[in-house]
Design a protein around this ligand. Structure first.
Ligand code: NDP
Ligand SMILES: N[C@@H](CC=O)C(=O)O
Ligand code: NA
Length: 370
């Protein structure tokens, strides 16, 4: 029998738009045994709702369609009721970075609604939320909906699935280290490239390029303050067996200049950043004098429970120094793999590669639905 699955999508920014286009293509190619229909799409101020559960058209979707439809977004209880009202299975796609929505994942899961999301907040905030999500979820044999969040670390790269496979098959992760931010990777690869004799570009200029390319968080301060990397390490450390209280419970180096910490908006911060190009330029110059480059990295040492995030210097021959574009490199040291790490590398930010991670989660959910 064909499985009938309704999909609700919240968030139509860079990732949301790319996801809708990839999902439309997936449905057109009829790549599953399920009949998948999108019945709800919303952004912060407006929504498109198919009250009779007929599929919304995804052809040439643009976010402005939501505003033109003129409907306000449903509250979470109303959205849960609407999705349950279809009588079949339902998947919520959270393509926002909202903590308010993430706080309500347990309600969706307890109602039997599955979740696929690139939003890190649900899995990297206070430990209680993590516990509540996985207590409600059906992933470990419970009765709730399934929850998958591959794109919350390394965008579409197989990072979460790799950790789960290692742990589920009985391996022991001892250390995880590398470059976990597409934005930070891009900034330092562009601003302090290995072996370039060109004069370096201004740091603030490269931040703007990263923002325009869709690599940064909605507010780039969330990347530059190290919190985005801290969130990713919190997720990986928890999956590796550590009881991390929150992403601010271990040392995290911020690159936000002190005087800009009080900037009242993202725009005010971006406008003020060029005044501090010299400070970060000096860090790169100092490293260059030692024949090294500076890169923003993170590590988890499982036996000592030590997690840290910040700048480090690397020899120009080190694999981390040689990264290009928005590439992440994540090395897993485990009992089975010994001294030679299992390494995952590739683009770690960008709308298309992130949307691919979310769609791959949707496909996993469809496969699990009976
Ligand atoms: N960009 C990337 O490379 C990667 C992103 N991610 C994650 O993907 C998510 C989306 O990122 P991205 O697309 O770049 O972000 P954008 O800022 O481009 O888009 C965010 C979307 O979410 C909507 N939104 C925000 N809050 C709410 C809310 N409370 N209710 C309804 N809608 C809301 C916004 O609405 P509106 O349109 O009205 O503003 C917007 O449509 C984030 O969690 C990010 O961390 C993960 C890996 C990589
Ligand atoms: N802002 C993040 C997006 C992916 O998680 C990054 O730059 O890595
Ligand atoms: Na990933």
């Amino acid at each position: 029998m064909t499985k009938d699955i309704k999909v609700a999508i919240i968030g139509v920014g860079g990732v949301g738009k790319a996801f809708i286009s990839q999902l439309a293509n997936f449905i057109d190619r009829n790549r599953s045994s399920a009949s998948v229909s999108v019945v709800y799409i919303s952004r912060s101020s407006a929504a498109l709702i198919s009250k009779n559960y007929q599929p919304l058209s995804l052809t040439a979707f643009v976010p402005e369609q939501l505003d033109a439809a003129g409907a306000p977004p449903l509250s979470v209880p109303d959205l849960i009721q609407f999705l349950k009202g279809s009588g079949g299975e339902a998947i919520l796609i959270d393509n926002t970075s909202s903590i308010d929505l993430a706080n309500q994942y347990p309600d969706f899961l307890n109602a039997g609604i599955h979740i696929a999301t690139p939003n890190k907040k649900g899995f990297s905030s206070e430990k209680k939320l993590w516990d509540d999500i996985f207590a409600a979820a059906g992933n470990n044999g419970g009765t709730g909906g399934y929850v998958f969040h591959e794109a919350s670390v390394g965008a579409g790269l197989p990072v979460i699935s790799t950790v789960k496979d290692l742990v589920d098959t009985g391996d022991e992760i001892t250390k995880v280290e590398g470059v976990f931010s597409g934005t930070m990777s891009f900034l330092f690869n562009e601003f302090a490239p290995v072996g370039s004799s060109d004069p370096p570009r201004a740091f603030s200029e490269v931040v703007k390029v990263a923002k325009d390319a869709g690599y940064t968080e909605p507010d780039p301060r969330d990347d530059l303050n190290g919190l985005d990397v801290a969130r990713k390490l919190t997720i990986l450390a928890r999956l590796s067996g550590l009881d991390i209280a929150s992403p601010t419970s271990f040392p995290v180096q911020s690159l936000i200049p002190k005087p800009l910490e009080s900037a009242s908006s993202s725009q005010e911060f971006m406008d003020g950043l060029p005044n501090f190009d010299g400070d970060i330029g000096k860090l790169a110059d100092d490293a260059k004098r030692e024949g090294k480059v500076v890169r923003f990295v993170g590590s988890i040492d499982v036996p000592s429970k030590a997690v840290k995030v910040g700048l480090e210097k690397f020899d120009v021959s080190h694999p981390i120094a040689g990264l290009k574009g928005s590439d992440n490199i994540i090395a897993f040291y485990t009992k089975r793999y010994g001294d030679r790490a299992l390494i995952v590398q590739g683009a770690g930010a960008g709308a298309e590669v992130t949307a691919m991670g979310v769609l791959s989660d949707v496909i996993k959910i469809i496969a699990r639905i009976k």
